[in-house]
Write a protein that binds this ligand. Structure first.
Ligand code: BDR
Ligand code: CA
Length: 309
C-alpha cells in the first residue's frame, strides 16, 4: 500500500517531536516547516533539525514565520522549557534549513503533489494562512489539512483558547475558512491521550537510542504537565492529528462548523464549534475529533518509536 504524502508544519515541542518521528515512519514525509510557537522560531528550527537527525530522517526543512500575523508572540516555556525541548540535550544539528521560506515550500510541495498532500499543522497556523493567501490555488491542490488545535470545550492557555490557535487567531481564521477539507483534533481528545510513567519506563527499558531520548524528553514534559495542569499523563497532542490516517478507528469524529474568535476579551483564540448539524451553512463541515481510544493510540505510537534504532 502506498503511504500518504505528508508535510508537517510544527514548533517542536515535546509532542511535536513524537509526531515527527511517527510521521516519518507511517507517511511519505515530503518535508517539514517550522514556526514560532512553543519557543522562538530559531529554537523550533534547531529542535526540528536535531530531531530529524536523531531519527535519520532525510527530508528538507524550511523555516517559516517568527511572529503571528497580528500582535506579539506567545510561547510555552512553562510547558516545554526554555529551549522548547528541555529534558535531553540533543547534539546541535549538522544540517541547515533549505534556502526557501516555509510558505514557498508549502505551495511548491502542494503543487507538485496535487490532490495527494496532507498538510499537518501542529503549531500556530501563520505559515499556512500566508501560503493560502499567497497562492489561491493551494486550496484546490491540498488533499486535506489536519490540525492539532482548538477545542470544543475549554482551552489550555486561557480558559477559552487552545495554545496553537491563541498564538495566531487571525491565521487560524484564514485556515478554518479556506474550504480545504479539515480534520480538527483538539484538546477534547488530545489532553487525555498521553504517556504515563509506565509508558516512559517501557521506552527506557528498550535500551534503544531514540526511545531513550524520547523517554528523557517526555519525563521532563510529564513533570511540567503535572505541575501546570495537574495532568496524570503527558498529553501527546500533536501525534493525534496523524494517527487517524494510520488507523481511522482510533478517533471518533463529528461534523462541525468551526469559527475562530478573534475579538473576545476573555475568549480570543477560542474555536467555536457548532455541532448542531446545521444544514443551512454552505461551508464544508470540519471533521472534529470527539473521542479517542487513548490506550490503543498511545500503544501504537510507542510501538512506532520502538521501531527506531
Ligand atoms: C499544542 O500546543 C503546544 O504546546 C503543543 O505542541 C501542541 O501543539 C497543545 O495545545
Ligand atoms: Ca506543537
Amino acid at each position: 500500500m502506498t503511504r500518504p504524502k505528508l508535510l508537517i508544519d510544527c514548533d517542536p515541542g515535546h509532542d511535536d517531536a513524537v509526531a515527527l518521528l511517527f510521521g516519518a515512519r507511517h507517511f511519505d514525509l515530503v518535508g517539514v516547516t517550522t514556526t514560532h510557537g512553543n519557543s522562538s522560531l530559531a529554537n523550533s528550527t534547531r529542535n526540528a533539525l536535531a530531531l530529524l537527525e536523531l531519527g535519520g530522517i532525510d527530508v528538507p526543512l524550511a523555516e517559516g514565520f517568527a511572529q503571528p500575523l497580528v500582535g506579539a508572540t506567545v510561547d510555552a516555556a512553562h510547558v516545554h522549557g526554555k529551549s522548547g525541548l528541555d529534558g535531553h540535550d540533543l547534539p546541535p544539528p549538522t544540517r541547515k534549513p533549505i534556502d526557501a521560506h516555509a510558505v514557498d515550500f508549502i505551495i511548491e510541495s502542494a503543487r507538485r503533489h496535487q490532490g495527494e498532500l496532507i498538510l499537518a499543522v501542529i503549531g500556530p497556523q501563520t505559515n499556512v494562512a500566508v501560503a493560502l493567501k499567497r497562492e489561491p490555488k493551494l486550496r484546490t491542490w491540498l488533499r486535506e489539512i489536519t490540525v492539532m488545535g482548538g477545542s470544543a470545550a475549554g482551552g489550555n492557555v486561557t480558559p477559552a483558547a487552545e495554545f496553537n490557535i491563541y498564538c495566531d487567531p487571525e491565521a487560524a481564521a484564514v485556515v478554518f475558512g479556506c474550504g480545504v477539507p479539515i480534520r480538527m483534533v483538539g484538546l477534547d481528545v488530545t489532553r487525555r491521550t498521553g504517556f504515563d510513567d509506565a509508558d516512559i519506563a517501557r521506552l527506557r527499558a528498550s535500551g534503544r537510542r531514540v526511545a531513550g531520548v524520547i523517554a528523557d524528553l517526555v519525563s521532563f514534559y510529564l513533570a511540567r504537565q503535572r505541575a501546570v495542569f495537574a495532568r496524570a499523563v503527558a498529553s501527546m497532542h500533536d501525534v493525534c492529528a496523524l494517527v487517524p490516517y494510520v488507523d481511522e478507528a482510533l478517533l471518533e469524529t463529528d461534523g462541525a462548523i468551526v469559527r475562530v474568535e478573534c475579538a473576545g476579551i476573555h475568549t480570543r483564540g477560542a474555536t467555536v464549534c457548532d455541532v448542531r448539524g446545521a444544514r443551512h451553512l454552505t461551508v464544508p463541515p470540519v471533521r472534529l475529533a470527539v473521542r479517542s481510544d487513548a490506550r490503543r493510540l498511545i500503544d501504537q505510537v510507542i510501538d512506532t518509536l520502538l521501531n527506531y534504532p
